[in-house]
Design a protein around this ligand. Sequence first.
Ligand SMILES: NC(=O)c1ccc[n+]([C@@H]2O[C@H](COP(=O)([O-])OP(=O)(O)OC[C@H]3O[C@@H](n4cnc5c(N)ncnc54)[C@H](OP(=O)(O)O)[C@@H]3O)[C@@H](O)[C@H]2O)c1
Length: 321
Amino acid sequence: MMDRGASIYVAGHRGLAGSAIVKQLQKQGYRNLLLRTHAELDLIDQAAVRAFFEREQPEYVFLAAAKVGGIVANSTYPAQFIYDNLAIEANVLHESWRAGVKRLLFLGSSCIYPRDCPQPMKEEYLLTGPLEATNRPYAIAKIAGIEICWSYNRQYGTRFVAAMPTNLYGPGDSYDLNNSHVLPALIRKTHEAKTAGLAQVTVWGTGAPMREFLYSEDMAEACVYLLNLPDVEFGALFNDSAPPLINIGFGEDLSVAELARTVARIVGFSGELCFDRSKPDGTPKKLLDSGRIQSLGWRARTRFDEGIAAAYKDFLNRYAS
Ligand SMILES: NC(=O)c1ccc[n+]([C@@H]2O[C@H](COP(=O)([O-])OP(=O)(O)OC[C@H]3O[C@@H](n4cnc5c(N)ncnc54)[C@H](OP(=O)(O)O)[C@@H]3O)[C@@H](O)[C@H]2O)c1
């Protein structure tokens, strides 16, 4: 288990996931956190990453740095999505092994699972079917990251675990409409409709698809919980027959229509929600099977409406002015 004084590197500490991990570690009394901004340490730069690990010798690593974005960004910059993510993973995982890091958690995403995956999605469904085309370069880079973790564990005896959270939301999210995910985009659109006095907000599709969302601080709690598992439980995550993969979900999904209604209620938008049926719905359901992490004793606790209220407060503080 991680000592309160252990040196812990959180890569990507200013992002949605990384900032929540830092907050969770600080809340639990960890006081020796190693943090570098993108400008201070470009994780694509192999020599800089090597020098950093040789100098700082972190004992634990949370890899939450990645080139991340929604469907527009993924289809506009596919080369950057595959190159940046492969380079970040290869550099950080390799140097973590060289530096003798004791435990590492690599963050991926649920888009690693096949497009037509049976629901809920279990860890063993990895690589059992074709991927969704719109974010395939990103998904393949993340699958490569899982494979690197597994290969290093097998060949070098490292303890690298790959955690796959469902869609996240929470403080620190991006509300840039060119680069954001569905939930922050909806928060922003609904807020702007309210302030402009508009009568309607248009939501893409029929509203019927079911989606799962996890509050970023719950995800962070799960990540710290995993790296802190006692040796026996932690060791059981690693074997030669399956990758060291573990889903982190809320455990329940909701329809896009319910999602839009909850956002409208919390934002205080009293106009109408219109569903633009000419726009595609995407896959009808996307829910992770979180049975594995639940069986280890962790479960998400922030209700969707509570989490949305906290995310909206953060949006108002950072963006609305
Ligand atoms: N957001 C979600 O819904 C979600 C869901 C499931 C899984 N995840 C996973 O969580 C991880 C982090 O996602 P996020 O949503 O927190 O993304 P994010 O908010 O965009 O944060 C990513 C962080 O990585 C940093 N970064 C990117 N390229 C870098 C580089 N070359 N060198 C150093 N730092 C770099 C970014 O810094 P700059 O901004 O300065 O570039 C940023 O601070 C990803 O692996 C993602 O797959 C996210």
